[in-house]
Design a protein around this ligand. Structure first.
Ligand code: DLL
Length: 433
């Protein structure tokens, strides 16, 4: 279902004309209202009037997470406090939280973007949505909630946690759509199994999963264990929250970016240069319509590539590929670069292993080493020690062969690694301790 056909299927030239108009207005707005931007623009000798079109975007300065932190809590806001109707915050793993605000119109636009996203997932007003993203300062819960209501679907605001109760509600209410992190969906399915409930027999038909990186192999695993179509949703609080981009169920191949609200670029993270469609680099987003905290060229640190070819679903909005990882999550093990999602693919595809794993990085002298702890499946666990050792060797061999890194694999008992109700903690970095 296309929620907003006028924007979602606009010819690309019309879309670019709209983006140009909105970009010019944005630059004027931030120059007039945000001292941070006025200073940056002045330093670079840029005046809002200099901007001719989208081709000048590359001349504008970047904004980084650190800029938001330096202006904590409300220093980047472009409107006065009386126009703010909502505050969210993202804790992040390091440093001070980043705080974002929304005007009434921002909240409305967010709801509409999320309604579009749900429409892309094939959700309609007939559906019952089990929303297990956390409600609170995190944008996941309320973001999905407003979108579901905008679409006219019924939303069950379960939030995260109370996993057994969630399973019971899924069974009793018969939700047709589930929204949560991909890792939590597997925890739910595992808990259901312990309670004697087979997820595949529930009426659930689609899952809207995001907020953390996951691999294509993980998608297949989730689809077979949960008996639904698993789709990827992307967003970040600095820019809005969930609903910045969403995969359509028709193609299930890349996430459509809400380009009338968000101007996307891919840059080389080292040089800052723009890269053409198809090349992998860092996603940079300019918010075209946000009022409370508009951002120019925000560096997301997320790595992906863009695809502007037409999609089978009829939408003209460009697609971004599944996020490969964050530039700050990339591991460099003895000179070889590797992303956690690449390791995940190998683990998930190995028979006998569960999708629950943790990567432990240690430093001995000047050398970094990687240890993978992964849970084995229940039936394998009772196998002979020798077989388990063979399995460990097999994983190590595959990782060396496919990714070129040496890693130590340690199989652990089922259900021993910590489960998360939100974003999974995959990396334990012991180097910083
Ligand atoms: O995670 C917003 C969100 C909520 C998205 C619910 C999707 C669903 P933050 O807490 O600010 O916001 O974290 C944003 O999470 O920069 C990515 O690194 C990561 N991320 C979000 N979605 C995906 C995804 C929310 N689909 C950060 N795949 C982003 C990979 C994702 N990583």
């Amino acid at each position: 279902m296309i929620f907003d056909p006028e924007m979602e299927t606009r010819p690309r030239e019309d879309l670019e004309a709209l983006q140009t108009k909105r970009l010019k207005a944005l630059v004027e707005r931030v120059y007039a209202n945000v001292p941070f931007y006025r200073k940056k623009f002045d330093e670079l000798g840029i005046k809002p009037n200099d901007l001719r079109g989208l081709e000048n975007l590359k001349d504008l300065p970047f904004t980084e997470k650190q800029d938001l932190r330096n202006n904590y809590p409300f220093g980047m806001f472009a409107v006065s406090k009386e126009n703010i109707v909502r505050i969210h915050s993202s804790s992040g793993t390091t440093g001070k939280a980043t705080v974002v605000g929304y005007t009434r119109r921002d909240v409305k636009n967010w709801g509409r973007c999320m309604a579009r996203a749900l429409g892309m997932a094939g959700v309609t007003s007939q559906d019952l949505i089990h929303n297990a993203y956390g409600y609170g300062l995190f944008t996941g819960g309320l973001g999905v909630h407003y979108g579901a209501e905008e679409l006219g679907a019924a939303v069950i605001p379960v939030s995260g946690g109370g996993t057994k109760r969630q399973v019971m509600l899924l069974k009793d209410f018969g939700a047709t759509v589930i929204c949560c992190t991909p890792s939590y969906s597997l925890f739910l399915a595992e808990t259901a199994k312990d309670m004697g409930i087979d997820f595949r027999e529930l009426p659930l038909r689609v899952g809207v999963f995001g907020a953390e990186p996951w691999s294509e192999s993980m998608r297949k695993d989730i689809e077979s264990k949960l008996g639904l179509m698993a789709l990827d949703i992307y967003g970040l609080s600095e820019v809005m929250g969930p609903g910045v981009a969403m995969e359509c169920h028709t193609a299930q191949n890349g996430l459509h970016i809400m380009e009338d609200h968000f101007l996307a670029e891919i840059i080389n993270p080292e040089t800052g240069e723009q890269l053409p469609p198809g090349e992998v680099g860092e996603l940079v987003i300019t918010t075209l319509t946000k009022e409370a905290i508009p951002l120019v060229r925000y560096r997301t640190r997320d790595l992906t590539s863009l695809n502007t070819t037409p999609c089978r679903c009829g939408r003209t909005l460009a697609r971004m590929n599944r996020i490969m990882g964050r530039s700050d999550d990339m591991l460099i093990i003895r000179g070889v670069n590797v992303f956690p999602s690449q390791i995940e693919s190998i683990l998930v595809e190995t028979e006998g292993l569960s999708p629950h794993y943790q990567l432990i990085i240690k430093r001995k002298g000047a050398l970094d080493s990687l240890e993978i702890e992964v849970e084995v499946d229940e039936p394998i666990f009772s196998d002979k020690i020798k077989n388990l050792q063979l399995l460990e060797t097999k994983v190590q061999k595959n990782i060396k062969e496919f990714l070129g890194v040496t890693a130590k694999c340690k199989l652990v008992e089922p259900k021993t690694l910590e489960r998360s109700v939100g974003k999974a903690k995959r990396i334990v970095d012991l180097r910083k301790l």
